[in-house]
Design a protein around this ligand. Structure first.
Ligand code: DGL
Length: 266
């Protein structure tokens, strides 16, 4: 019945491509539209009520334009705030991206974990509640990095970034505490997996970096099955479209990244 309806993957910028990539890998035949709300980037700096109103009204227009079968909010800063209003405003399923605190708490051996997020996600009650519920036995350092999403955007757009500036942003995650030290860091912003190579190069010591993207792709598969949406066909993936709310054309290096993910701007 819903054969041609795409799944919309949404973020404030191009960070949600880390989730898009995992969805493409798991559900290769699924029609996808990627939306970067770059006109409003970065969400991490927005005041909460204004961000809710902005996303709900934008989503209304996006749903009217694309008639998606489901929406993936590939953004922690948005998901930790707007999932309940979106679910009550629209009848289609929403899959969110929230900080992977539970898997980090299960994995840590030292009991010292960091959550590397945007300033918005760091402030959310939702994030603090996840820590209370799933990581009460751990020492959790919650870090809201003010510039890291911008640095990741620049990196994906092919600009040179200052690795010293990246180190400055992630340094508060590295905690030494009574002979124990951070061994697990949650990538709690979908932009950050694109900087993972840099993180590994500049990190004061090796840690496990937790990227929730594969878990989100699995969750989407379940949600689509439960909603009776036809899943992937085994044929070659249909080309996806990448929509930028600013209307600006991506620079050539980003076009290359998009093409590698089967996305055309449009
Ligand atoms: N990619 C977004 C996230 O996962 C946030 C970037 C921003 O501040 O807009 O939180």
């Amino acid at each position: 019945m819903n054969e041609a309806r795409p799944v919309l993957v949404f973020d404030s910028g191009i960070g949600g491509l880390s989730v898009f990539r995992a969805i493409r890998e798991r559900l290769p035949g699924l029609p996808l539209v990627y939306v970067a709300d770059d006109a409003a980037f970065p969400y991490g700096d927005w005041e909460e009520a204004a961000l809710v109103a902005h996303i709900v009204s934008l989503m209304d227009r996006l749903i009217a334009a694309h008639d998606p079968a489901a929406v993936v909010i590939a953004c922690n800063t948005a998901s930790t705030l707007v999932l309940p209003p979106l679910r009550s405003a629209f009848a289609i399923p929403f899959v969110g991206t929230v900080p992977a605190i539970k898997p980090a708490a299960e994995r840590t051996e030292s009991g010292v974990v960091a959550v590397l997020a945007t300033p918005g996600t760091m402030r959310r009650d939702y994030t603090r509640e996840l820590i209370r519920t799933f990581a009460a036995g751990c020492h959790v350092r919650l870090v809201g990095a003010p510039d890291l999403a911008r640095l990741a955007e620049a990196h994906l757009r092919g600009e040179r970034i200052d690795e010293g500036a990246v180190l400055q942003q992630i340094a508060p995650c590295f905690v030494e505490l009574g002979g124990r030290r951070t061994d697990t860091i949650v990538l709690a912003c979908t932009h950050y997996p694109f900087l993972r190579d840099v993180f590994e190069r500049v990190a004061p010591w090796p840690v496990a970096w937790i990227d929730p993207a594969p878990a989100i792709a699995r969750r989407l598969e379940t949600v689509l099955r439960e909603a009776g949406v036809p899943g992937a066909s085994p044929e070659s993936p249909p080309p996806g479209r990448a929509v930028f709310t600013s209307g600006s054309r991506p620079p050539p290096p980003l076009l290359g990244v998009l093409a590698g993910l089967g996305l055309e701007p449009g």
